[in-house]
Structure formats: C-alpha cells, structure tokens
Design a protein around this ligand. Structure first.
Ligand code: NAD
Ligand code: IPM
Ligand code: MN
Length: 354
C-alpha cells in the first residue's frame, strides 16, 4: 500500500511529522506500507511554480491513499488566483474525484470541559458530517471579477449541482446512516436557492431506496443555530460543499478544538485523501504548538476507509483516547489540571500509547 504524503504549508509539516511517526510504527510492525512525499500548495509553488505540480499529481495517482497536512499562508495570498495554495488543494480533490468528504465530530469524554459549550450539551456527541466536495459554488462556472454593463466592478460565482453529483453523495450519506442510527439530516437553503431546492428533491427521491432511514431537512441557518443549541439531535448530516465547509468548522468546536477534527475525502472506490479539517494555522506555525491529533485521527480514517483495517483504525483512536485520559493537552485543548505538551510531545505520547 503506497501512501503519498503531502505536508503542505504552515503547521502542515509539523503535524505530518507526528502522523508519520504513527505510520512508521505500523510499518516497523510489518504493515506493508510505503511512504513517499511530494509538495502541495505554497511549498509546491516555491519549488515548481505551481500549487499542484506534475510530480505531485503523478504520485497522487499512483498512491493507494494520500495523507495531507494543510496548505496556504499569508505569503501566498496575493498571488494570481490559479497559483494560490488553495487552488492546489481544490485541484487534487477534483483530479482524484474525491467527492465525498467525511468529517466526524466526536467528543472524547476527556475533553468535555475543553469545549466552549456546557459539557452536558456536548457530552456523548458523535456526528458524521458528509460534505459534497467537488461541486457547488466552489467549482461552478462562470466565476470571476468583471466590469458590468454600468461600468462597475463585480464579483460573481455560480452555485451549481448536476443531478448525478447530488445522487452519488446522497447514496454515500444514506449508506453511512444505514450503518449508524438510520437518521439523516439534509441541510439546504431550499427556501431561497434553486440549487439546493433541487438538492432536496433528489435527497427525497434517493430516500425511497433506503426506507429504513429517517430523512429530515433543515435550512442551513437553522442548522448552524441547532448545532450549538442541541447538537446531539444530529446523527448524520449531508450537505453541499460550502455549507459543509462552514458547518464542519462550527462542529469542530463542539469537540473541543478544530485541532481534533479529522477528515476523509473519498472517490467512488474508497481511494482517499486524508487530512485534518483545519488549515495551515499561520499564527502558530513553526512553534511546535499545533495539535497533531486531527491528523493522527485522519490516519485512523485512512486505515478504516481505504485499507479496510478497522482494528488498526481503532487501535490508533484508542491511543489518542489514552493520551487524553492521561491528561496530555496541546495549547488549544488545555485546561487547568492537565499537562501542557507540544506538538511533537503529543505525537510521541500517541506512539507510546500505541
Ligand atoms: P486555520 O484552520 O488554519 O486556523 C484557524 C484557527 O485555528 C487559528 O487560530 C489556528 O491557530 C487554529 N488552529 C488550526 N489548526 C490547529 C491545530 N491543529 N492546533 C491548534 N490550533 C489550530 O484557518 P484560517 O486561519 O482561516 O486559514 C489559514 C490558512 O489555511 C489560509 O491560507 C487558508 O486558506 C488555509 N486553509 C487550508 C485548509 C486545508 O489545507 N485543508 C483548510 C482551511 C484553511
Ligand atoms: C477545508 C478548507 C478548504 C475548503 C480551502 C482551503 C480551499 O477550508 O478543507 O475545509 O474550503 O474546502
Ligand atoms: Mn474549511
């Protein structure tokens, strides 16, 4: 099993270093994996003048799975749009057809007090957010900045979903709901936007193939509110690319920190790219302060979804639980009475717990 490792920018290389330690333990024990690195994002622009250069593209296609840190940073924000790190990320997602983004928001009991919400609101939380990842306003054409007929400049994007795109993500979400509590909430803005009115219509149609699943619908503004009012009402949520981007960052705080939220981005055959849901955190980059757990938990998701190694996935998740139970905390989840550790100390502790 060949794993392409793309550290990226900012805290990317720091958190990937810790996730690699976990993979290297498994490798030493005899798991048949090979790791090969390539640049993505700003690091790739610096080296090759492109955020998703051919070397990286080739490796990503050859690999059985991809592990990514994060991309972006202030140094690249003024580049021409096609050269920016974020474009590299969107390009690899599209290139590998990774349309299904799974973002599990799980509260580890030890972190009940790390959340900014009351512990009774979040304790026992276990939500799976299914975010469509290769369509919507992120990719819709036309897009751009232009001068309109009155001579005024305007920016424009196109929110667009083809029926096949909605159907395939619906099947992924219903399939996941079938393996969990058979409750699916589709999030839309069907009261205003035709694209999502259409989304809702397709969800209702696909639901006929999953009679055991209870499908509900919620407007995105209400969903944002309900996530902090009473998040445990949700089991599986399915939504489009932009709403999923926003709601998953919101949901991450229910688990204590964005540094705890892993993700899997899958194609139709479970080839996947695994990355934390957060970004390159320029404000703490280079300081050995980042929480590497979202990245390490993304490795667990890789074992589960791409390699079908459920026991290995659980072993990694249990090692994370163990270090949290031992009171180890990076700064983002620190609370009085716990032991503050650096990014690398956290990685070492997970390895020891493995
Ligand atoms: P961000 O997620 O990078 O950071 C938001 C806040 O969360 C910051 O205060 C940061 O310090 C903190 N944070 C994030 N990850 C953390 C971790 N592991 N441990 C501790 N604290 C953590 O979002 P942003 O500031 O809006 O974006 C910064 C850059 O990252 C931008 O260039 C953006 O485009 C990019 N970005 C990339 C990805 C990705 O690669 N998937 C995702 C989001 C943002
Ligand atoms: C994420 C990020 C990306 C997104 C950006 C960096 C392109 O915010 O992975 O959530 O919006 O999908
Ligand atoms: Mn995001």
């Amino acid at each position: 099993m060949k794993i392409a490792v793309l550290p990226g920018d900012g805290i990317g290389p720091e958190i990937i270093k810790e996730a690699r330690k976990v993979l290297e333990v498994l490798q030493k024990e005899g798991l048949a994996i090979t790791l090969e690195e390539a640049p993505l994002g700003g690091a790739a622009y610096d080296q090759y003048g492109s955020p998703y250069p051919e070397v990286t593209q080739k490796l990503a296609h050859e690999a059985d799975a991809v592990l990514l840190g994060a991309v972006g940073g202030p140094a690249y924000d003024d580049l021409d749009r096609p050269l920016r790190p974020e474009r590299g990320l969107l390009a690899i997602r599209k290139d590998l057809n990774l349309f299904a983004n799974l973002r599990p928001a799980i509260l580890y009991p030890e972190l009940a007090n790390a959340s900014t919400l009351k512990s009774e609101v979040v304790s026992g939380l276990d939500i799976m957010i299914v975010r469509e990842l290769t369509g919507d306003i992120y990719f819709g054409q036309p897009r751009g900045i232009r001068v309109n007929a009155s001579g005024e400049r305007e920016g424009f994007n196109t929110m667009l979903y083809a029926e096949s795109e909605v159907r395939r993500i619906a099947h992924v979400a219903f399939g996941i709901a079938m393996k969990r509590n058979k409750k699916l909430c589709s999030v839309d803005k069907a009261n205003v936007l035709e694209t999502t009115e259409f989304w809702k219509e397709i969800m209702i149609d696909v639901a006929k193939e999953y009679p055991e699943v209870t499908l509900s619908h919620m407007y995105v503004d209400n969903a944002a509110m309900q996530l902090v009012r009473n998040p445990k009402q949700f089991d599986v949520m399915v939504t489009g690319n932009i709403f999923g981007d926003i709601l998953s960052d919101e949901a991450s705080m229910l688990t204590g920190s964005i540094g705890m939220l892993p993700s899997a981005s899958l194609d139709a055959n479970n080839k996947g790219l695994y990355e934390p849901s957060h970004g390159s955190a320029p404000d703490i980059a280079g300081k050995n302060l980042a929480n590497p757990l979202a990245t390490i938990l993304s490795v667990a998701m890789m074992m589960r979804y791409s390699f079908n190694l459920e026991a290995v996935a659980q072993r990694i998740e249990n090692a994370v639980k163990k270090v949290l139970a031992d009171g180890l905390r990076t700064a983002d989840i620190f609370e009085a009475g716990s032991t503050k550790v650096s990014c690398s100390e956290m990685g070492d502790a997970v390895v020891a717990a493995l």
